[in-house]
Design a protein around this ligand. Structure first.
Ligand code: GLU
Length: 303
């Protein structure tokens, strides 16, 4: 399969969509990103890389970072993590307070914001310097020592992060956040502010396409844990549109409000796409279409 030709064709075809949708504005540093940026990268399980657009340009990965903190928590905290966070799609907004109150402070899944706060808090109990642990981890997975936190975005997150503060304090009140709220949120705001390119991302998530082994062949998580992370991406990875994404893409994917989406075809390849303008569900408009075209044209799907 000539993935290079496939993604070059897709890049051309989705161009008219750049003008549609909205760039996330609730975090001011994200609102400043030009909406005509587009990139896509594909890395096959045997190591062939295809890229199109600005695939080496770092962007704010936002919620895609929840894959990396969850992976670290599964490594360091293990199965007891599931006592504190569920594994069901939320059917509500990713930052919903209402659901968390009804459900007594147990977040539905690790990919909504409250779930991510619990994951980060759990990780910090085992790895107090979680920010450094996370940065070293994504650098190692992507093979790129230049991966860094974008401090402007992190500050912007903190300045506008009152909803995250509300969620974290509510978790604390329910006894499901044990550390210092500000310390947990500092890690959370930084993880969202990780700047990575599509090339960094396809390498960093390659372990999900390779039964838990990274690009260098080293084990990142067990094959069973990789399966579970993929299952969570499929059911909970794209905000309140996971059903629609399963329908349209047919592969596990995780998106972020920076306009990035990562996806995997287990056993075959990892994909990353970036286009900043979002649809009404908060997923990259051109990014979703690009992935839909990709799975349609290649016939690759988990279904
Ligand atoms: N930093 C964003 C927030 O906490 C992440 C949102 C996202 O990408 O889903 O609202």
């Amino acid at each position: 399969m000539d993935y290079q030709a496939v993604i070059d064709g897709i890049a051309e075809e989705v161009r008219p969509l750049f003008a549609r949708g909205r760039v996330a504005a609730y975090i001011p540093a994200l609102a400043a990103v030009p909406r005509d940026r587009f990139a896509m990268a594909v890395l096959t399980a045997d190591g062939a890389l295809a890229t199109t657009g600005c695939a080496g340009e770092p962007f704010s990965i936002q919620s895609i970072s929840k894959i990396f903190t969850l992976t670290l928590a599964l490594r360091h905290v293990g199965e007891k993590l599931w006592k504190r966070v569920g594994r069901e799609p939320s059917g509500s907004a990713f930052n919903s307070l209402v659901q968390l109150e009804y459900e007594h402070g147990i977040p539905r899944n690790p990919f909504i914001n409250s779930g991510a706060h619990v994951v980060t808090d759990s990780l910090m109990q085992e790895r107090p310097y979680a920010r450094d642990t996370l940065l070293a981890f994504v650098r190692e997975l992507s093979g790129n020592d230049a991966v860094a936190f974008d401090e402007t975005v992190a500050r912007s997150e903190a300045e506008t992060g009152d909803r995250n503060r509300s969620l974290a304090y509510f978790l604390k009140a329910e006894g499901n956040l044990t550390g210092d709220v500000d310390a947990v949120l500092d890690v959370y705001f930084h993880q969202c502010a990780l700047a990575m390119s599509c090339v960094d991302l396809v390498r960093a998530i390659a372990f999900l396409a390779r039964g838990g082994r990274g690009v260098d062949g080293a084990r990142v998580v067990s094959a069973g844990q990789a399966k579970r992370i993929n299952a969570l991406m499929q059911t909970c990875g794209t905000y309140d549109a996971a059903g629609e994404m399963a329908f349209r893409l047919g592969i596990p994917a995780k998106s972020g409000v920076g306009g990035g989406i990562v996806a995997v075809v287990p056993g075959k390849l990892s994909i990353a796409v970036w286009s900043p303008a979002l649809d009404k569900t908060g997923n990259s408009l051109a990014g979703v279409r690009a992935l839909e075209l990709f799975t349609g044209r290649t016939g690759l799907t988990v279904f």
